[in-house]
Design a protein around this ligand. Sequence first.
Ligand code: HEC
Length: 240
Amino acid sequence: MKKILLATLLLLPSLTWISAAEVTYEMEPFAGDLENLPSLQNGMRLYMNYCIGCHSLEYQRYEQTVDYLGIPHDIALENLVFTGQKIGELMTTAMAEEKAKNWFGAAPPDLTLITRAKSAQYVYNYLKTFYVDESRPFGVNNKVFPNVGMPNVLVQLQGIQHSPCGSQEHCSDLILEEDSGLYSAAQFDTAAYDLANFLYYVGDPSRLERHRIGIFVLLFLVILGCFTYLLNREYWKDIH
Ligand code: HEC
């Protein structure tokens, strides 16, 4: 037993080292907000325009999503669903996986659970850190996913970024070419935040409801505890 404990203690620092080594880029903080419906709505809008063409959300249905986000079904079908799918259907992509693999070298993964597998902070930073790298097939590289196979699909909005220190690790400098994007830096930050927030919601759609129910469950337990205590006193009253 002692040996196991010792081995665990010795291993702990190396484990943290391994997970820290995955991403050497110093990521900006991110805090999801599932009550911010305008942010989630904008995230879904951006996702349906820029991402679903390649990345499915195959564990999520349109209906459940738009109901949570407070978007009426007819408006959603008209403005957000471009594949002619029905409201009850899963949010799949029309792109064939085999073809995608040929085009990009790696098939675009389903993103339903990406914020659970990695984190919403990772997605947020990933979207913000594409930079020009002519040695890559699509002319771009990424700070948190080095040598990524994805083109920079938001370049029109963000503009063109350069990394003065190349793809060196531990280097977070990124310089934006002035007026090369439709959005200002702050607007693009919001767009990346909203997309990451939307994927944060999709990764665990009932998180907020679970937290609400959790409070009631705790309250119930406290009240039950009081009654149990009183009942216990009643039972023992005649014995003492
Ligand atoms: C043209 C197709 C295409 C579009 C559009 C696209 N992606 Fe990707 N994406 C890819 C490919 C291909 C990969 C896999 C890259 C690899 O493994 O090297 C990828 C990878 C990713 C990853 C990393 C997954 C991981 O395992 O770490 C994230 C996150 C991601 N995409 C998010 C998005 C978001 C958000 C959008 C919309 C703004 C988007 N993508 C639009 C093709 C696309």
